[in-house]
Design a protein around this ligand. Sequence first.
Ligand code: S3P
Length: 435
Amino acid sequence: MKTETIHPAKALSGPLELPGDKSISHRYAMLAALADGTSELRNFAAARDCHSTLGCMKALGAEVKVEGTTVKVTGRGLHGLKSSWRSLDAENSGTTIRLLSGILSGQEFTTRISGDASLQKRPMKRVVAPLRQMGADIRAKDDNFAPLEIRGGKLRAIHYEMPMASAQVKSAVLLAGLYTVGITQVTEPAKTRDHTELALEEFGANIEKRGRTIAIHGLIANNGKPVLQPKSLDVPGDLSSAVFFVAAASLLPESNLYIANVGLNPTRSAILDFFQQMGASVSVQNLQSWRGELIGDLAVKGAQLKGGVISGDLVPLLIDELPMLAALGPYTEQGIEIRDAGELRVKESDRIAALAENLKRMGAKLEERADGLRVEGRSAGKLHGAEIDPHGDHRIAMAFAVAGLAAEGDTKILDADCAGVSYPTFFAELRRLAG
Ligand code: S3P
């Protein structure tokens, strides 16, 4: 377990290139494994999570070659996966286990899939319930937790009204929808990231979108014809990783940061609007489209941040950015309030509890609530360095590393290696840019 020490800094400056987007990399890897032929995925995420997905696809019979940040995946078609004699290991990755559950539900064999201690505590009923409605036979520990045992087979198309706004649940149902005769529909209570829809279209599936309903035409009826085509794709830089650097550069007055080729999909980029509303100096340059995904460069300078409230439909659009925003709270004028975000309690850690505990260690004033927290702003006093326990959660480790840059004294991030789940070179890049 490695501890990283964060020293106070005055600026975060220089150019930064990010590893590929985690969400997009998972989807490209899974769909490439279902296509007929070899896909080339460039700037594939360095995130440990995405390599968990690659490990699972390999165990299911896809050929996977990793050459630096380029990954070549050879799939043998929608019906070409093979049963794995050993249990699949999604490690820490909720996206891997939930999305793959959709694909495994369509296979004519049984698969066991599990993950690490954190993943085994996260709710799976949310994917198990709709997949059972589609006809999959799934066993789960206490009917809600991994390990999952999935007996797949012929599936029925359903129209699923999702009880919660979750891109992972939507994606599991859409991926299972590939294996039905007919049209599977999913209606979301609020918009969530749409990388699955875009990736499915890119690989050749037939998707229709009407408001908050997404429909996919089943491909099982294609009688063995290749249905998903292999692709050569570039993965945009991960905006959710960029956000830690946007936050750090905003916090430190003399910053001048330039981040190239960042994914700016509108279902992810609400965080940039929020930063701008808070008074941050963030501008987007060279906006372009890569196979349905928007990308651009970000230029960030130091600024005085106002703070604000995040609630309602905004929550799913910046769900992964909430730890960083909460940890910025004490440096803002009005503080940060997060509401309607009970989902944060079932992420890689209970993020509300982990934020409250570590913010208090640094001297912040806050109120912890069931569905969020209210963190007081600058007038409640300056933060001081402390020992931070990220509870094995990459985003908690990175959020407090950033908070530590503007605190009085040094901050120690315990078990800092957990950042590798999404960003293995995070601390090295932070040190480089903070001089
Ligand atoms: C993700 C969806 C979100 C997000 C997670 C990645 C995805 O989870 O928090 O980090 O790639 O689909 P939920 O679907 O649970 O909201």
